[in-house]
Design a protein around this ligand. Structure first.
Ligand code: GRG
Length: 312
């Protein structure tokens, strides 16, 4: 099993790719992101912590978050190098959230990205510290490695990422998720809150940070926010569907966990088919925000389609 993007997972019959070859685009961007991530962390003393950080960071994954960040930088007419340190930092933060989410005190999972989870290899103590190390380094990395961008834009990006991952974003969403577990009375509003914060906030800041670094206007930011919020929710709806319909081998993590943990999910409210329909509607709304950008927005349109066509 591989969690990377390949042609088979993208070019589905239901999502024919015209005009723009998303498969080649994603394969190229993924390779660029992998190379930049590989260069981002050296193993020095104390080796154990750097090994643990690299173990999860280099374990594959779709690299969707950095790719979104690079795509909006390009959409605004700048070269991707400008946004690569921020893209890497966003993947470091995403990875640390997965490490902590998999801990016995949270989701207690043994597999992630087709490999043993960080705590299964290094122990809970080092896994917590590897997550902490990645989180802190992500901010250092943006501040020290971003080149040819006015400082006020870099500060804005750092502030927005801080807000998206803290109690106002990922952390807050995770808290409500933990509180809701096993509660049969969770409402759709609560489920939306969880996923707008736990999944949506990071995806949104990925989309916005590339654009901000490249000098986006307020109108661009507004449009891209709506695009990002819609693809973020669609992403989570499909994540819930895949938890039911995909295998552990396809997912690279335990399948059927939501049912097992009696978690409220979109399919538990709507069923699988209606969930897919709702996700498709969100993708249509997301792509409508890209109309003013013409052909330059093909990558973002195709990524939106990929979010609902994906198999893992
Ligand atoms: C961020 C400070 C801080 C703490 C973390 C544990 C926690 C607080 C939050 C949980 C966040 C979480 C695990 C959300 C789920 C997001 C999600 C849908 C992940 C799967 O993303 P994919 O499919 O995975 O893009 P790959 O492996 O392809 O990158």
């Amino acid at each position: 099993m591989t969690s990377s993007v390949n042609r088979e997972t993208i070019a589905t019959e239901s999502q024919p790719l015209s005009k723009f070859d998303l498969a080649s685009y994603l394969v190229e961007r993924q390779a660029q992101v992998e190379a930049a991530l590989d260069r981002s962390i050296a193993v020095i003393y104390p080796e154990k912590i750097y090994d643990a950080m690299r173990y999860s960071l280099m374990a594959g994954g779709k690299r969707l978050r950095p790719i979104l960040c690079l795509a909006t930088c390009e959409l605004m007419g700048e070269a991707i190098d400008l946004a690569m340190p921020t893209g890497c930092a966003l993947e470091m933060i995403h990875t640390m959230s997965l490490i902590h989410d998999d801990l016995p005190a949270m989701d207690n999972d043994d597999y992630r990205r087709g490999k043993l989870t960080n705590h299964k290899v290094y122990g809970d103590d080092i896994a917590i510290l590897a997550g902490d190390g990645l989180l802190a380094y992500a901010f250092e990395f943006i501040a020290t490695q971003t080149r040819n961008v006015p400082a006020d834009r870099v500060v804005q990006v750092i502030a927005r990422i801080g807000r998206a991952v803290g109690a106002a974003g990922l952390v807050g969403g995770q808290v409500v998720d933990l509180e809701s577990e096993g509660n049969p009375d969770v409402t759709l509003d609560t489920l939306n809150f969880i996923h707008r914060h736990k999944t949506g906030a990071l995806l949104e800041v990925c989309v916005l940070s590339g654009a901000i670094l490249a000098g986006a206007s307020d109108t661009d930011i507004q449009r891209l926010s709506i695009y990002a919020q819609n693809i973020g929710l669609a992403f989570q709806i499909i994540d819930d569907v895949l938890d039911i319909t995909a295998t552990q081998e396809q997912l690279g993590k335990t399948a059927g966990k939501d049912l097992q943990a009696q978690k409220a999910t979109y399919p538990s409210f709507w069923g699988v088919e209606e969930s897919k329909r709702q996700a498709s509607q969100l993708i249509v709304a997301a792509k409508a925000e890209l109309d003013p950008y013409g052909d330059a927005a093909h990558p973002l349109r195709a990524i939106a389609d990929f979010i609902i066509a994906r198999k893992h």
